[in-house]
Design a protein around this ligand. Structure first.
Ligand code: APR
Length: 269
């Protein structure tokens, strides 16, 4: 699978059927698939992306909100921002792309979803589709954590859900009384090495890395697709815009996730 194709069209309905069929055939015949998702997959659920038009980093400064230094300087402000985002994301539902990926992961073996997103929408889709069954094959590796979890800055204990505190008080750990922080990876911080190692293993072993809705500028996440390619696998990219990965992609579909993923995973047929 060495022929490279991309389509510089921004209208999803103008993406050639040929490109969709080729991507679908590649996915259907792959032994192992790794899927890397970014904020763009949740855009059609109403979750704002970070970069680009309407992106959060246009309105807010990352160094004031998403760094350990920002939290040390003004934890109240940082918590306020995360409470706002939790509320915003709580009102959002998975879209057709989340469901199509979850369905594919539950129905076939040999697929792992790796996400940079902290919105838990892949997990919601997995649980809903699995019903009484096991959602595990469709639960993603969360490279950047989750805004719905907190972590103690002293003892490391994790807690799910809204930390028990009023808006004016900083949340504290039930185990040791230390101060809680959002369980996300901020700029300048290391990723959880066990999660990253597992993601890299999947990337190296995959025949295909399907990259959806990421600007591919934040590392190490952005390097996962190159690992697949370096081990002889192919890259399929779905993004309305070009990214630094586009040139390396075997197929680049310039369209939105919800319009494309059901079609290339066979969920729409
Ligand atoms: N479908 C697919 N892709 C889309 C859609 C859509 N409907 N809408 C936008 N996109 C694409 C944009 O073109 C862009 O390339 O999604 C990408 C979003 O990029 P970013 O906002 O940079 O998000 P992401 O790549 O996930 O950011 C990486 O940066 O701020 C940190 O930790 C944060 O995990 C985040 C990381």
């Amino acid at each position: 699978m060495d022929s490279r194709a991309s389509l510089a069209l921004t209208q999803p309905q103008r993406v050639s059927e040929d490109l969709i069929v080729r991507a679908r055939d590649m996915l259907a015949s792959a032994r192992r698939i790794v899927v890397l998702t970014g904020a763009g997959i949740s855009a059609e659920s109403g979750v704002p992306t970070f970069r680009g038009a309407g992106g959060l980093w246009k309105e807010f400064r990352p160094e004031q909100l998403a760094t350990p230094e920002a939290f040390a300087a003004d934890p109240q402000l940082v918590w306020e921002w995360y409470r706002w985002r939790r509320k915003l994301v709580s009102d959002c539902r998975p879209n057709a792309a989340h469901y199509a990926l979850a369905r594919l992961a539950l129905e076939r073996g040999g697929m792992r979803i790796v996400t940079q997103n902290v919105d838990e929408l892949h997990t919601t889709a997995a649980r809903e589709l699995a019903g009484a069954g096991d959602p595990a094959p469709a639960i993603p590796l969360e490279l950047h954590g989750s805004i719905f979890r907190s972590r103690c800055t002293r003892c490391g204990t994790r807690a799910s859900g809204q930390p028990a505190s009023s808006e004016s008080q900083l949340p504290v750990c039930e185990a040791c009384g230390g101060s809680l922080r959002p369980d996300v990876v901020w700029f300048g911080e290391m990723l959880d090495s066990a999660i990253l190692d597992e993601a890299m293993d999947h990337a190296r072993q995959a025949d295909i890395c399907l990259v959806i809705g990421t600007s591919a500028v934040v590392h190490p996440a952005a390097g996962l697709a190159s690992m697949t390619a370096a081990h002889g696998g192919s890259i399929i990219e779905v993004n309305p815009e070009r990214t630094p990965l586009t040139g390396a992609a075997d197929i680049s579909i310039r369209a939105t996730a919800a319009a494309t993923i059901p079609a290339i995973t066979g969920a729409a047929s």
